[in-house]
Design a protein around this ligand. Sequence first.
Ligand code: IMP
Ligand code: MG
Length: 425
Amino acid sequence: MTLIVGSQFGDEGKGKFVDLLAEKNDLVVRFQGGNNAGHTVVVKDKKYKFHLIPSGAIRGKQILIGAGVVIDPKVLLEEISTLKKEGITPKLTVDPRAHIIMPYHKLMDVGKEEALKEGMIGTTRRGIGPCYATKALRHGIRFIDLVHEEKLRELISINYAFFAPMLEKCFGKKLDSSEEELFQEFASLGRELKQYLGDVAVEANNALNEKKNVLLEGAQGALLDIDFGTYPFVTSSHPIAGSACTGIGLSPKKINKILGVVKAYTTRVGAGPFPTEIKDEKADHLRGKGKEYGTTTGRPRRIGWLDFPLLRYVNRISGFDELIITKLDVLSGLEEIFVADSYSFEGKKLNEFPAIIDQLTKVKPNYTKLKGFVLEEKEKNELKKNGFKALPSEAKDYLEFIESRLNVPVKYVSYGSERSETIVK
Ligand code: IMP
Ligand code: MG
């Protein structure tokens, strides 16, 4: 069983690799997050964007959504319908324990963001945080509740009484639907989605017992983890490796390989500290070349250099066996490439990624300068023919530098969005 997780702030290019590796896997399972994620998969000249459905879907694999995911039922139905239009009938199972994002969650997400103004987190406004919060409050609506009308009615009543006055008093927001309308709407969604209900923990464990190959698909990135990320500028789930076990219902002993996806530079969408952020025109250049705009919200992503204090911290938490380096081609044409080897804080060298956000906002990266390389059409064609050995020597040096700093081998390198634009080492 292989696990893929993002090692930065999300958008590392996990979607492409889940799709690639799905070929040799029987099941693809998501375990955290919701439709705040945006996974882009490019097949020939077609671009698929998924927010909720595992990216293994277009290979026609069995796809599972585990208990740790939060589900917007309408988004789920839309994605199922998009797949069907492509001639793919998804073999989908959704765990009964997964929590449902309700309209009051979305309204609260928007209300909170608006109220915070300058202190805004910059969420995707999909209701993710309020949904996980309701789960922790223990009056959330789970997937199973959508198909039990009595229970659904009772829970909607509890939540309506809880959220409606809060939305109105705190944020001046009013729900579009009455309690009864909400019930009717979600009971109807439940009837449509009932066919996908199944115990994902049982299915995943059974598949392993039958020696099937299982791929676990992380969403977001480690620095958005609610505990280990740059709190409060984080998402509400756990994008770190350990979360795959709790989000599906698997023993940690079952995971054989953990792949960390590292983009060749760093991006962040939304607010929060970003030590290696580039503030000059190089950021615009890389944003343009890397098409760094949010898949879910279309927002321009902030751009920065590769950050080793950050990556060492994440590697310590998630324990990567191999690295996937993505978007190497985006760095093409730069004369020199900077990487942060360590930080300085108040004049002293800092070896550890600080746990305290106030420190993190004040650190100064100590940069090492590496030579740039060219990776354009001509070089890409060489790479397609001859693989790794055709890589410009400075690009090889860059990869070796990453390996040496993290002490983890690079297994895959992506130099374009197409499946074929991939080096397997
Ligand atoms: P939320 O997950 O919508 O609550 O947003 C919280 C923070 O996580 C914001 O900074 C978002 O931009 C960020 N975020 C959430 N999902 C993703 C993702 O899939 N990629 C990148 N950033 C994300
Ligand atoms: Mg994304």
